[in-house]
Design a binder for this molecule. Structure first.
Ligand code: ZN
Length: 258
């Protein structure tokens, strides 16, 4: 799980403050760069387990969905000198970090006392974000990335609600052929039975990817027919009538023999 430095994945209100801060840093000739912006809940969990259930030193006190990074309203700024990241805050460099925090304060960005590079949006609480009370004016770049993070998360704690402002596809014209009619032939290929193995249920989507609309959620243990594969996704038939009802991620479908 790699670091995400994409500005597009930051909430636009926070993104704007970060852009202004980066300009100020450049003007002041302070060599800070964004080391990490948005962070997936999976990556947060991985970092959290370090020094707990996994080897290594503890690097964070926040579990999945408990860091502002999961909501695109936090970023870590680290020194980048001669092509290398540096967390050095000794000697002269101590002043650079102080300067970073001073310039961040001007943009109403809040540091954490125990984590030098971390800056987050001021005036918003984690609990608000966790119940889906997101900052206003989120754009599609931010919202779609949040949607992806939310739909890819199956474990506990439960993912927060989806943000509003997600793009909506225009409906098909009335004369468009139905998806089912075009898919009948696939039923002849290799319809096989499978069972849902996802404790919290498995999403059935309109297409093979998390960007497609959720049609329904299949319950754990439910038996379905798989008509075909599209990458990591299975074409699912719920009734066994050879018609495609949607797509689910194959990793949560256990093939049943016989
Ligand atoms: Zn951070």
């Amino acid at each position: 799980m790699s670091r995400d430095t994409s500005m597009a994945h930051l909430h636009p209100v926070f993104r704007h403050k970060v852009e202004l801060l980066l300009q100020e840093l450049l003007k002041a000739q302070l060599p800070f760069r964004i080391f990490e912006g948005f962070r997936s809940p999976q990556r947060q969990r991985q970092l959290y387990s370090q020094g707990r259930s996994a080897p290594g030193a503890r690097v964070t006190n926040a579990d999945a969905w408990s860091s502002m990074h999961q909501f695109g309203v936090a970023a870590d700024f680290v020194l980048y000198i001669d092509g290398r990241w540096s967390w050095d805050d000794s000697g002269e460099r101590k002043k650079w970090w102080q300067q970073l925090h001073k310039l961040a304060d001007k943009q109403e960005l809040k540091p954490l006392s125990w984590e030098l590079p971390h800056l987050q949006m001021r005036g918003i609480e984690l609990a608000q974000l966790q119940r889906g009370d997101y900052p206003a004016n989120g754009d599609s770049d931010w919202a779609e990335n949040m949607q992806q993070a939310i739909s890819n998360w199956q474990g506990l704690p439960a993912a927060p609600p989806l943000p509003s402002g997600l793009p909506v596809r225009p409906p098909l014209p009335a004369e468009a052929p139905t998806g089912n009619a075009a898919s009948i032939n696939l039923a002849n290929l290799s319809a096989s039975k499978a069972q849902v193995i996802a404790r919290d249920g498995l999403r059935l989507r309109a297409g093979p990817g998390t960007s497609f609309d959720i049609k329904t959620t299949l319950v754990n243990g439910q038996q379905v027919f798989v008509l075909g594969q599209s990458g990591d996704w299975s074409q699912v038939d719920l009734q066994g009538d050879g018609l495609v009802d949607g797509y689910s991620h194959s990793g949560f479908l256990q093939p049943l023999t016989g």
